[in-house]
Design a protein around this ligand. Structure first.
Ligand code: KG4
Ligand code: ZN
Length: 347
């Protein structure tokens, strides 16, 4: 079975072809990505209308590229999958429209996929894939969640951010530091030359006793700290603020992940979403999990941020478990869509 996946929920157009047998981990035949970062950079963030228009321009050439690289043709595609949500409504509609039109033209079924389910399952495409059950730390630009994952579609929300997501905290703090968009990688780069203990920034909800997160206060603390440094902080001060901010975010993510592992008694952690690319987070999780005989799994670095491979993969894994792709091409999208609600639906 060959599944073509289309991702267009935000500022990356991703297309991929995944091949799957009736069981076993699906394999990635080819994937292609176009990032809109350069286009949105001038505005300091994603402009939804520009994002939608660019997805329209990119999606078919990327599809042709993927098929060419996989040595396949459209006739070989058995199922077309697309990101149904959550994400920007207009951007989602482009991927959904193209996927459904392609499937209709080919007479093949379509399947709408949850974007976070894609992130969550993306480590299955790594060379050392995880096994169920595991705790998942989902850290993207819009979501920060800890989930217990027993199988595809069996997700229990253990805790989540009550305000800003971790990626948002990186992005907003980066903006305050005058760094470009997307802020996470830029802040992480600046932090390399700073001291993580230079400024005592808050670790929100660290001792709350539950597995929820809150990052909105951190951004305010970064703003206050920068004000104290005056109009022209030195490069050293800016690097120190970046390192201290990153240290605060990473410490909260680390401690809460360890608490989730303790609470569930599970010995496996999967880290997914863009912030999962952060090297301080990876280093600290690896060190602390090793002490506790916990295995940590990440997606390949190239599949940490948004991509089509994770969408084709999630669809293939669902199909292996009996989800039926449909021939109803009257698509809809779900800009807001809680991942935990999938557990209630039939897999
Ligand atoms: O998963 P993702 O690509 O898109 C969403 O679904 O949101 O995540 C994007 C987020 C952004 O907030 C970006 O700043 C952050 O991931 N990010 C990072 C790093 N790479 C990406 N944050 C910290 N360190 C990084 N190396
Ligand atoms: Zn994402």
């Amino acid at each position: 079975m060959k599944v073509l996946g289309v991702e267009s929920s935000c500022d990356e157009t991703g297309v991929a072809l995944v091949e799957a047998g009736p069981t076993g981990v699906p394999t990635l035949r080819a994937h292609a990505l176009h990032s809109q970062i350069a286009m949105h950079q001038a505005y300091g963030g994603v402009v939804p209308e520009l994002a939608s228009r660019d997805h329209i321009r990119r999606v078919l050439p990327l599809t042709e590229q993927v098929l060419r690289e996989a040595g396949a043709s459209l006739a070989d595609v058995d199922v077309v999958a697309f990101t149904r949500g959550p994400g920007l409504a207009g951007a989602l509609l482009v991927g959904a429209g193209v996927a459904c039109a392609l499937a209709a033209a080919l007479g093949k079924p379509v399947l709408g996929v949850h974007h976070l389910e894609g992130h969550l399952l993306s480590p299955f495409l790594a060379s050392d894939p995880p096994e169920f059950p595991f705790v998942a730390l989902l850290v993207s630009g819009g979501h920060t969640q800890l989930m217990r994952v027993d199988d595809v579609g069996r997700y229990e929300l253990l805790g989540e951010s009550i305000d800003d997501a971790a990626g948002e905290a990186f992005d907003k703090s980066a903006k305050l530091l005058g760094l470009g968009y997307p802020g996470g990688p830029a802040l992480a780069r600046l932090a390399e030359s700073g001291r993580p203990d230079a400024y005592a920034l808050p670790r929100p909800l660290l001792h709350s006793g539950d597995l929820d997160f809150s990052f909105a206060g951190l951004k305010t603390a970064v703003m206050t700290q920068l004000r104290k440094l005056g109009d022209t902080p030195t490069d050293v001060q800016r690097a120190d603020v970046a390192a201290s901010t990153q240290a605060a975010i990473v410490e909260v993510l680390l401690k809460k992940s360890l608490a989730a592992l303790k609470q569930t008694g599970l010995k496996r952690l999967v880290v997914a979403g863009g912030v999962g690319a952060n090297s301080r987070l990876r280093a600290q999780l690896n060190a602390e999990c090793a002490k506790r005989q916990v295995r940590v799994h990440y997606p390949e670095l190239a599949l940490c941020t948004d991509n089509g491979a994770m969408i084709a993969l999630a669809a293939a894994m669902r199909l292996q478990r009996g989800t039926v792709a449909g021939h109803d091409y009257g698509f809809d999208v779900r800009p807001r869509w809680p991942l935990a609600s999938l557990a209630a639906a039939a897999v």
